[in-house]
Design a protein around this ligand. Structure first.
Ligand code: MN
Length: 284
């Protein structure tokens, strides 16, 4: 049998009876319709699990392209796997949202990777909301995955950092909160995760402090420092790796400081993280 398995992948072996069935049964399909279907499905599943035959795969429709972010100073693209977001990671923001940061620790939610908008792009004002907010955040881009990562080794997993916006349909999020429902309608809608280019940590270092601010139409709306995070970057990575298996390509939006507010069509948002980068998005 031709070896089509890449190094390190688990090899799937068909034993002889299964191979014979796969070859023989289609020729007597009229008598054994059900059995033919069953064995062909088993065979295809076994092949697809080791992803060793992409050329033989017939997608029903074109698979989506991988969302990517540019890497500053290079022509390389960073392929995005997942987007994790930290909720209420700045005490002043937790308070402005009506929560006590001493009683409720930060927590996590996710956005879909295909909601990324590159800096310089546009944010179409979303449907079903009349109160859409900016949330300016430091974004961590992982270069290495892991499970149960310790706080002291967490920064070894960081590839770089970016400036990002966690756009939020505040009215829908508020309604979901009241009913104890999930936040996706408020957080994970299309275009909800604008992100600037990634600055490699090899250039910026791993900042534990630095001004973070956003201007809307030239007026400063949020102005804080990343040293105000309740959980810093290593603590966030360590905790998150205990509840999910992290991998390279994962982004972490690390939470927003006080001063969140509404935007309208025609607004220009310019956000900055000192020593890291910026994000420029116009609302259309
Ligand atoms: Mn946020």
């Amino acid at each position: 049998m031709k070896n089509i398995i890449k190094p390190g992948e688990q090899q799937v072996k068909f034993d002889l009876p299964v191979l014979l069935l796969l070859i023989f049964l289609p020729s007597c399909a009229s008598e054994f319709n059900i059995e033919v279907d069953l064995y062909i499905v088993i065979g295809l599943n076994s092949i697809s699990q080791n992803e060793s035959c992409p050329s033989s795969m017939n997608y029903l429709f074109p698979p989506p392209s991988v969302p990517t972010l540019p890497v500053k100073g290079t022509d390389m693209l960073y392929p995005v796997h997942r987007i994790y977001c930290v909720g209420r990671n700045y005490a002043a923001h937790a308070r402005e949202m009506g929560h006590d940061p001493d009683r409720e620790p930060p927590f996590f939610f996710q956005k879909n990777p295909d909601t990324i908008v590159l800096s310089g792009g546009t944010f179409p004002y979303p449907d079903k909301s009349e109160n859409v907010h900016y949330e300016m955040e430091l974004v961590v881009a992982l270069g290495k995955g892991g499970k149960d990562i310790s706080v002291v080794s967490a920064l070894e997993h960081v590839f770089g950092y970016a400036a990002g916006l966690d756009m939020t349909r505040r009215d829908l999020q508020g309604a979901a909160k009241k009913m104890g429902r999930p936040w996706e309608v408020g957080k994970a809608f299309e275009y909800s995760a604008p992100c600037g280019e990634i600055t490699p940590a090899s250039n910026s270092g791993h900042p534990s402090s630095g001004r973070l601010w956003i201007e809307v139409n030239g007026e400063v709306r949020q102005d804080s420092n990343i040293d105000q995070m309740i959980w810093n970057v290593p603590e966030t990575i360590s905790y998150l790796s205990g509840v999910f298996t992290l991998r390279e390509g994962d982004l972490i939006y690390t939470g927003t400081p006080a001063g969140v507010g509404a935007i309208n069509r025609g607004d220009q948002m310019n956000g900055y993280v000192e020593g890291i980068g910026e994000i420029s998005i116009s609302v259309v």
